[in-house]
Design a binder for this molecule. Structure first.
Ligand SMILES: *Cc1c(COP(=O)(O)O)cnc(C)c1O
Length: 382
C-alpha cells in the first residue's frame, strides 16, 4: 500500500534516511550576510538589513510598504489592532487553519467566528461568509457591521491561504466591501502565491507573512505586515514600543510592543528572498511530479485553484476516507517519510470551543481526509 508514492518520495530526495515534511535550505548568501551583522555588531533592533528586507519584500509582493516583525503571530496581532479589533469584537475566520490565526484574535480580546472553507481552495468560502452574514448580521446607522443576537461588532475578516493556495479573493473582497468589514489576509503560508497575477496579502487592508523555519523562506523566526503607507507607519510605531523619534529622550505615546525583527534575522531573510523564485520553481516542479505520480491512484492530489499561481508550500492529498488517511499516515511515518494530517478544526480546541460557527460541512470533510506530504526543496537543487 502506498509503495509507489513512498518510492517516488525517496527517489526525489535521493535518500534512504528520514525525510522531513519541510526543512529550510541555505544555499545563497546566508552565511555572508549573517556574518556581516556580527562583524558590524548590529545584530539587534537596528541595522540596514531590516530596512533592506522590508524594501525588498514590498517590491516582491507589490505592497506599498512592508514592516518586519519577530514572527507571523506578532504581525497578525498588530494587523488586527490596526483595523481596530478590541475586547468584545468578533473576527470572521476559518476553522481550518493553524492556531496562530485564532490566537492573534484572542490577544486583542476579540472572538473568532468560524466560517466554512471551499473544497477547491481549502480557504475561507465567500459564499458561506455571505450566507452567515445575511442570517446573523446587520449594518448599523454608522455602517458598522454587528451581530443580530448581541450587537457585538464584527470588526474584520481574516481568511488564510491554506498551504499556499490562494482563497477566492475577488469573492471575499466583494462580501467584505458589502458589509463594511476590514479584510486582513493571513498570508503566512502563501509568500510567492498570486491570485489573478496579484500577490496574496495585498488584497485586504493588511496582509501578514511568516518566515518561521518551516515556511517557504525563513529568517529563523520572523513575520511581515503588508499595508499602505499610513497603516504601515502605524505598524512600525506599534512594533517598536511606540517610540517617538527624538535625539536623546525616551518618548513613548501609547502601549507598544517589542515586535521588531532583529537585524541578524533580517540578514538571513535578505539572502533567502534572493532565492525565493528559484525555491518556488522547484516546489512547483515537485508538485507536478506528485500529481503525475498520484494520477489514477485513490489519493487525490490538491492543485492550485483556477486563476492562481500557488507556491505549493505544503503538498497535500485528499484520501477517500478517514480510514485511508490513518493508513497513509501510519505507513509513511513508519517508513521514515514524514507526513502529517491537516489541523484539527479550531472550534475543537478548548479555548475556541465556545465560538460561534456557521455550517462547517467542507471543513469537517477535509479535516478527515487531508494529509500533507514532504514538500521541502533539496539542498543540492534540481
Ligand atoms: C506559520 C503561520 C503563522 C505565523 O506563525 P509564526 O510561527 O508566528 O511566524 C500564522 N498563520 C498561519 C496559518 C501559519 O501557517
Amino acid at each position: 500500500m502506498f509503495s509507489t508514492l513512498i518510492e517516488f518520495i525517496r527517489d526525489h530526495y535521493r535518500t534512504q534516511d528520514f525525510i522531513p515534511l519541510h526543512a529550510p535550505v541555505f544555499r545563497g548568501n546566508e552565511k555572508n550576510y549573517v556574518a556581516e551583522t556580527i562583524d558590524s555588531t548590529f545584530v539587534s533592533s537596528v541595522g540596514s538589513f531590516v530596512d533592506r528586507f522590508e524594501h525588498d519584500m514590498a517590491a516582491y509582493t507589490g505592497s506599498p510598504r512592508a514592516v518586519a516583525t519577530v514572527n507571523g503571530t506578532a504581525a497578525l496581532h498588530v494587523a488586527l489592532r490596526l483595523v481596530g479589533a478590541e475586547r468584545g469584537d468578533y473576527i470572521l475566520t476559518q476553522p481550518l487553519t493553524f492556531v496562530a490565526t485564532c490566537n492573534a484574535i484572542a490577544y486583542c480580546g476579540a472572538m473568532p467566528i468560524f466560517i466554512d472553507v471551499d473544497r477547491s481552495t481549502l480557504s475561507l468560502s465567500p459564499k458561506s461568509l455571505s450566507a452567515w452574514l445575511e442570517e446573523n448580521a446587520y449594518l448599523d446607522e454608522h455602517g458598522c457591521c454587528r451581530r443580530l443576537d448581541n450587537q457585538g461588532v464584527i470588526r474584520a475578516c481574516l481568511p488564510m491561504h491554506t498551504f499556499g493556495h490562494p482563497a477566492d479573493l475577488n469573492g471575499l473582497v466583494h462580501v467584505c466591501n458589502d458589509w463594511g468589514i476590514a479584510l486582513v489576509e493571513d498570508a503566512a503560508e502563501s509568500l510567492g502565491s498570486t491570485y489573478q497575477g496579484q500577490h496574496t496579502g495585498t488584497f485586504g487592508i493588511i496582509g501578514v507573512l511568516s518566515f518561521n523555519g518551516n515556511k517557504v523562506i525563513t529568517t529563523g523566526g520572523g513575520g511581515m505586515v503588508l499595508a499602505d503607507e499610513k497603516i504601515a507607519s502605524r505598524a512600525k510605531h506599534l512594533t517598536t514600543t511606540a517610540k517617538k523619534p527624538h535625539t536623546y529622550e525616551y518618548v513613548h505615546d501609547e502601549v507598544g510592543y517589542n515586535y521588531r525583527l532583529p537585524n541578524i534575522n533580517a540578514a538571513l531573510g535578505c539572502a533567502q528572498l534572493e532565492q525565493l523564485d528559484a525555491f518556488i520553481n522547484e516546489k512547483r516542479q515537485l508538485a507536478n511530479e506528485y500529481a503525475r505520480c498520484l494520477s489514477g491512484s485513490e489519493l487525490s492530489f490538491i492543485t492550485e485553484p483556477a486563476g492562481c499561481r500557488s507556491n505549493y508550500w505544503l503538498n497535500a492529498v485528499i484520501c477517500a476516507d478517514r480510514q485511508q488517511r490513518d493508513e497513509l499516515l501510519s505507513v509513511t511515518n513508519g517508513k521514515g517519510v514524514m507526513t502529517r494530517p491537516i489541523w484539527q478544526l479550531m472550534n475543537r480546541l478548548p479555548m475556541y470551543a465556545n465560538a460561534s460557527t456557521g455550517e462547517l460541512t467542507n471543513s469537517l470533510w477535509l479535516e478527515e481526509r487531508v494529509v500533507n506530504l514532504p514538500s521541502g526543496i533539496r539542498l543540492n537543487g534540481p
